[in-house]
Design a protein around this ligand. Sequence first.
Ligand code: LMR
Length: 330
Amino acid sequence: MFRKVCLSFAAVALSAALMAAPAFSKPVIIKFSHVVAENTPKGQMANKFRDLVNERLKGKVEVEVYPNSQLFGDNKVLEAMLLGDVQMAAPALSKFSRYTKKLQLFDLPFLFKDIASVDRFQQSDAGKGLLNSISKKGLIGLGYLHNGLKQLSSSKPLRVPADAKGLKFRIMSSDVLAAQFKAVKATPLKKPFSEVFTLLQTKAIDGQENTWSNIYSKKFFEVQPYITESNHGLLDYMVVTSAEFWQGLPEDVRAEVKKAMEEAIAFGNKVALEKSLDDKQKIIDSKRSEIITLTPEQRAQWVEVMKPVWKEFEAQVGKDMIDAAYGSNK
Ligand code: LMR
């Protein structure tokens, strides 16, 4: 209660300060915290957003970007946002389960065929509606951002599900992802992104799942001899801010910030498409990892063992939503 009153007071004060905007007043600072490298879709999007806002709202709003878990790691950033210690972030959709179960939809294995299908779903009414799924917790979804489809990296070649049996895989903090690895009789371990490289390097774990850009930019390919091009799941983001902060901005400033965010997201999505090809090629060229291409029969085996996970989570995410998302594949 006390915190809520303080935050409301802060929001009113912020609004008043911005409206008065005397030449000598300090700009509102937007700290944007994320966990990936700058040379990734999210890193590039955040930097673009910073550049656009700092140019267009000079003296009124200033964006500071903190990449590589410098400010907050995965598991703290949303808490920090509700306390006002950070104003924006774009966690993977897999990292919201403490705030809503609805976004677990995006983690269901083999749900989307490609990013164009993901796009169609996210831009539909059903998809857009999910941006509001965290509003009761004081958070606002400003938009989706793509990274790409995930691949499986491992210390052993993975061709069929039985190859994964008994291996330890790092996962994001998602029960769907845990169920997905349990389905192939592997052991899932929820760990922050910042720890993955060391866990792989020291062989504390055997493998992980991620996109080409994360595998490349965080050098996982240097410590994982095999990468199976499985495209089995999605790694996308939701750009979020706190309702207190957002509503405290004067309307005209908020509109400008939103516009800059939309442009930055469009830019980030373009980077995501490019990087899914370029970073894969860089990994191939490095010859550090062997890329395993699945035959249609091998792929069908992974689908068969992992697909029952959909049923397990149907009650939490809604059958209608699963149907809508799957229906976006063409
Ligand atoms: C991960 O933890 O593997 C990803 O969510 C990191 C990211 O933000 O892309």
